[in-house]
Design a protein around this ligand. Structure first.
Ligand code: XLS
Ligand code: NI
Ligand code: NI
Length: 437
């Protein structure tokens, strides 16, 4: 059955086109900065936002009506698999991503739940084979079911911890079966509300134990996906343990896990942590930990994870600038962890929203490439730190300097001369580049 029969194949028509159901910037085969756009961006559809969300919010019921809504649980899951591949084909999106509970309904027991999963995973496998589309990553939902009220890998109850471990084990098997490029851990309820009833040390130790067990099991079954952790500072818990890039890297290092993981960074999580997306990417990149991106944007007037489709060109440009500078996303990709607004309830909105995100990232990629090729920012940064290339600066960088040698230098170096950072000029230059591509 065709779920999107009224939507045409979405094609690249270029900047002159006024067809809303066409790309103006995303031309998959166009070579930018040595690779095709498709190779750089590796777009993915987020199964949960696109095929399972209906616009429900804390104040009202869902607004989106989908063709599969009236079906029973397992049939609905099957219909969504068909819709997924039709959707990816129409938009020419190469990857998708899901939580275990997005793709198949839970049964009365873990056995039944796993059986449901097996049915759908077999369908997904066939769909991948027939379409050539791939799984960017899968993950486990250990936050929706009430059993996870006090966490999963950081549960206060060992029985819940064991259940979570069983769920991860199955998730790894599913990932292997579907050839997932990455496997994500997002700490849904891995955090706490109040220290009055929390053993933080035990929770963190146990979380690390779960990761160690997962690495061991992936190795045992020959699942070679890149493991990713997705930081987020709050929501649903008040204090999420994987607060941001820096915190997560420190955790991984402390527990001897760093070499087994990279980070899956999300724009809206960055802003919730009080950072820009590009800050989070830079921190990951300089630590060799950039894995993949969850592309979306938040609303600076709201303090929660609104998961909007990314349309802010300054952000997409600076994001792709960091990605290109870091040498690309490797096995990662640009996953649209984004949902249409509650008022955008028509099926067509799913397409328009993805087109908006895909065009905004393609635009950002072109602008980022130009920034680098024209050395717009590099020459500024080189010049700004030039004092470390020779003389006393070179001694500092080479490790020869001591406090005494620096004191000797400082005593005779008078006056010190600083230069302007020229931020305002650079911001205007950035705008000029964005609007020139
Ligand atoms: C929630 C997260 C989640 C992860 C996958 O805020 O972004 O959707 O990407 O569990
Ligand atoms: Ni995410
Ligand atoms: Ni999120």
């Amino acid at each position: 059955m065709a779920y999107f029969a009224n939507i045409p194949q979405i094609k690249f028509e270029g900047k002159g086109s006024d067809n809303p159901l066409a790309f103006k910037h995303y031309d998959p085969q166009q070579v930018v900065f040595g690779k095709t756009m498709e190779e750089h961006l590796r777009y993915a559809v987020a199964y949960w936002h696109t095929f399972t969300a209906d616009g429900t919010d804390p104040f009202g019921a869902g607004t989106a009506v989908r063709a599969w809504d009236s079906l029973g649980a397992l049939d609905k899951a099957k219909a969504r698999v068909e819709a997924n591949f039709e959707f990816m084909d129409k938009l020419n999106i190469p990857f998708y991503a899901f939580h275990d509970r997005d793709i198949a309904p839970e049964g009365a027991t873990l056995q039944e739940t796993n059986k449901n999963l097996d049915v759908i995973v077999a369908m997904l496998k066939d769909g991948q084979k027939a379409s050539g589309r791939k799984l960017l990553w899968n993950t486990q939902n250990m936050f929706t079911n009430p059993r996870f009220v006090h966490g999963a890998g950081t549960a206060v109850n060992a029985d819940v911890y064991a259940y979570a471990a069983a769920q991860v084990k199955k998730g790894l098997e599913v990932g292997k079966e579907l050839g997932a490029e990455n496997y994500v851990f997002w700490g849904g309820r891995e955090g706490y509300e109040t220290l009055l009833n929390t053993d933080m040390k035990l929770e963190l130790d146990n979380l690390a134990r779960l990761y160690h067990m997962s690495i061991a099991y992936a190795k045992e079954i020959g699942f070679d996906a890149q493991f990713l952790i997705e930081p987020k500072p709050k929501e649903p818990t008040k204090h999420q343990y994987d607060f941001d890039s820096a915190t997560t890297i420190a955790f991984l290092q402390n527990y001897g896990l760093k070499e087994h993981f990279k980070l899956n960074l999300e724009a809206n999580h960055a802003t919730l942590a009080g950072h820009t997306f590009e800050h989070e990417i830079r921190v990951a990149a300089i630590n060799g930990m950039l894995g993949s991106l969850d592309a979306n944007q938040g609303d600076m007037l709201l303090g929660w994870d609104t998961d909007e489709f990314p349309t802010d060109l300054y952000s997409t440009t600076l994001t792709m600038y960091e990605v290109l500078k870091a040498g690309g996303l490797g096995r990662g990709g640009v996953n649209f962890d984004a949902k249409v607004r509650r008022g955008s309830f028509e099926v067509e909105d799913l397409f328009l929203a993805h087109i908006a995100g895909m065009d905004s990232f393609a635009w950002g990629l072109k602008a980022a490439a130009k920034l680098i090729e024209n050395k717009v920012l590099d020459s500024v940064v080189e010049d700004r730190y030039a004092s470390f290339n020779s003389g006393i600066g070179a001694e500092i960088v080479s490790g020869k300097a001591t406090l005494a040698s620096l004191e000797q230098y400082a005593l005779q170096n008078n006056p010190i001369v600083n230069k302007s950072g020229r931020q305002e000029r650079l911001r205007l230059l950035l705008s000029e580049v964005i609007y020139s591509v």
